[in-house]
Design a protein around this ligand. Structure first.
Ligand SMILES: [Zn+2]
Ligand SMILES: [Zn+2]
Length: 266
């Protein structure tokens, strides 16, 4: 049966569309600040979960699965009896321009799936939940490193046109409120296009991002402790290059905060 004259095909009045958009925005806002559903699997949150965080018990356990002791220098996992401040097998031959790494967990299983989904638009509640979970789990590490200013790893302007959503930017916006610091997305700029780091072998990654960042106003970060924020860290090449220019511009200390640290099996 043809439906060409039915209500299915009639264009909706403008006010109906506007009302629908406003309702979506309202729901997004209430979900962001007062989550009633798990930010990852969308299951309804029970009362204790609702007061405690953004994830249901199953997702929370999955996201925290690989959040054990971490190397302070690079965020890789270390054994329970290893001094996290002493470096590890992954970074023993590396030198980084940043001072330390704080991460929620390893880029694996549930946390990997969450990071991949967070790359897409309209995933602010998921990113907010991950940022809050990172601070909950790494509370002592964040407390040890009081920061003055929070700076997300920026995208190049052409990349922003193609994909306006930058997970680092959203994470930084949440962390700045929790840590009571200042956020500035305009200090660190990416000045050229770079190939996706994931497409390159580890040895080429530093070369790929070499001189890709610039500090807009050095006065803003002189003698400041900077929290440099990204979603995932693999070799640390991007964070290293960004930290290098921040340090050269006068930053006193640079702490890198990421949701997940990807490590290769050795
Ligand atoms: Zn869930
Ligand atoms: Zn390490």
């Amino acid at each position: 049966m043809q439906r060409s004259n039915s209500s299915y095909d009639r264009p909706k009045p403008a006010w109906t569309t506007a009302r629908s958009i406003l309702w979506d925005l309202f729901q997004w806002g209430t979900e962001f600040f007062y989550p009633s559903h798990c930010a990852f699997c969308r299951a309804p949150l029970s009362e204790p979960e609702n007061s405690d965080g953004d994830f249901c018990g199953t997702c929370r356990r999955g996201l925290c699965q690989h959040s054990g002791p971490a190397c302070a220098k690079c965020g890789a996992p270390v054994g329970p009896h290893v001094d996290p401040a002493a470096g590890c097998n992954y970074c023993v031959r590396e030198s980084f321009a940043f001072d330390r790494v704080i991460r929620l967990g390893l880029y694996s299983d549930t946390l990997r799936r969450a990071c991949l989904r967070a790359k897409y638009a309209r995933q602010e509640p998921l990113l907010a939940g991950l940022a809050k979970l990172a601070v909950q789990l790494r509370r002592s590490e964040f407390r040890d490193e009081p920061v003055d200013i929070v700076i997300p790893i920026p995208h190049y302007w052409l990349q922003r046109v193609i994909r306006p959503h930058n997970p680092a930017e959203t994470l930084a916006g949440v962390l700045v409120n929790i840590l009571n610091a200042r956020k500035n997305s305009h200090i660190l700029l990416k000045t050229r296009w770079t190939r996706p780091q994931r497409s390159l072998p580890a040895v080429e990654r530093r070369k790929n991002v070499r001189r890709a960042f610039q500090v807009a106003n050095a006065e803003d970060i002189k003698n400041q402790t900077v929290l440099l924020v990204d979603d995932i860290m693999t070799t640390g090449a991007t964070a290293h290059e960004a930290a290098r220019v921040l340090r050269r511009a006068g930053a006193k200390k640079i702490v890198v905060a990421v949701i997940a640290r990807a490590v290769r099996a050795s």
